[in-house]
Design a protein around this ligand. Structure first.
Ligand code: ZN
Length: 80
């Protein structure tokens, strides 16, 4: 579950909240219990996210496996 950073508009406190991406419930400030909080976005966290790395790595791994011909070397397919 990703953590989001919020900034309280009432007292200025900055805090992290772990919640599901589709969770739309109100976030309450841990210091003053105000619901006037603003989500803070950090660009580096979005760019370097693990989701982007894994999506680009998966196709490369699949291509290497297919090109290696590992299934035929075992002799199970009878192609030689
Ligand atoms: Zn607050």
């Amino acid at each position: 579950m990703p953590a989001y950073t919020y900034e309280c508009q009432s007292c200025g406190d900055v805090f992290d909240v772990r919640r599901a991406m589709m969770d739309d419930s109100a976030v309450v400030c841990a210091v003053c219990a105000s619901t006037r909080v603003r989500k803070v976005y950090y660009a580096p966290a979005l760019v370097g996210g693990s989701a982007q790395r894994s999506s680009s790595g998966a196709p490369a791994a699949a291509a290497a496996y297919t090109g290696g011909g590992g299934g035929c070397r075992g002799g199970a397919c009878g192609c030689h």
